[in-house]
Every structure is written in structure tokens, then in C-alpha cells.
Design a protein around this ligand. Structure first.
Ligand code: RB5
Length: 149
């Protein structure tokens, strides 16, 4: 499994924590920055990571800003991306089961580090349930492709 990970300054500390954890689990990581706690613009990092996931160079993306809001909005502008902002394990599971989310967005200034790792684990290890959920995800793709649904 390969994961792309990116954050702004508000998510930098949590990104480093998650990265270390995933590497300890022998998961391949591509870190797209940022590389310090200096102020940067979250859309740059959200879009950069989303483009990698959309072109299939990673199984999933993890993106982090202060709240997770800005970076998820930015990532969701990239065609094919379903970025889910998750505050708890249940959201992470449901974002995979129901929405086939391909990016996990987290709020670095609001999440406890150990809770964040549980959320990441739940996200990476839950399968899409398909069936009635497939049809709903397909409606989103159809709108992306044709501007109609
Ligand atoms: C940066 O201060 C902050 O606005 C950003 O990390 C994020 O929370 C935006 O949604």
C-alpha cells in the first residue's frame, strides 16, 4: 500500500506523527510537504496530494490542515477525489464503507495524536461496501464528468 501525505503548517506536527507511525507499519509514504511549521497555503498541499491520488500513484491520500476544512475543500476540487474530513473512528469507517473516500482529511489543531492514529487505521483498513452505495458514488462521478446527474 502506498499513501501520499501532505499538510499546511497547521497540520505539520500531526503529519510528522502519522508519517512516523505509517513508516513503522512498513507502509510506503510519499510526503508532499510542507516541511516545517512556517506558514504556507493549504490549497497548494491539498491539490498537490489530490492530483497524485487522482492519477493513481497512491492508494490513498492523507491531508491535514488546522481544521481539515480548507485542505479537504481544495482536494475535492480535483476530479475523482472524494476527500472525507473525519473527526472520529466511526466517520473514517463510514467514509470508506459508504462513500469510497480516497482521501482522509484531518484537523491537526483539534485532534489528539492517538485518536488521529486510530482514525487513520480505521480509514486504511475499511473496505467500500459497494451495492447501494456504489450507485450514489456513481452519481457524483457522473456529475463530475457531465455536469449532470
Ligand atoms: C491556517 O491558519 C488555517 O486556516 C488552516 O490550517 C486551515 O485550518 C484552513 O482550513
Amino acid at each position: 500500500m502506498k499513501i501520499v501525505i501532505a499538510s499546511d503548517h497547521g497540520g505539520y506536527e500531526l503529519k510528522e506523527h502519522i508519517k512516523k507511525y505509517l513508516l513503522s507499519q512498513k507502509i510506503e509514504i510519499e510526503d508532499l510537504g510542507t516541511d516545517s511549521a512556517d506558514s504556507v497555503d493549504y490549497p497548494i498541499y491539498g491539490i498537490k496530494a489530490a492530483k497524485e491520488v487522482a492519477r493513481g500513484s497512491a492508494n490513498f491520500g492523507i491531508i491535514i490542515c488546522g481544521t481539515g476544512i480548507g485542505i479537504s475543500i481544495a482536494a475535492n476540487k480535483v476530479k475523482g477525489i472524494r476527500a472525507a474530513l473525519c473527526h472520529c473512528v466511526e466517520y473514517a469507517k463510514l467514509s470508506r464503507e459508504h462513500n469510497n473516500a480516497n482521501m482522509l482529511a484531518l484537523g491537526g489543531r483539534f485532534l489528539d495524536k492517538s485518536e488521529a492514529l486510530k482514525i487513520v487505521e480505521a480509514f486504511l483498513h475499511t473496505q467500500f461496501a459497494g451495492a447501494r452505495h456504489q450507485k450514489r458514488v456513481d452519481i457524483i462521478s457522473q456529475f463530475e464528468n457531465n455536469g449532470e446527474c
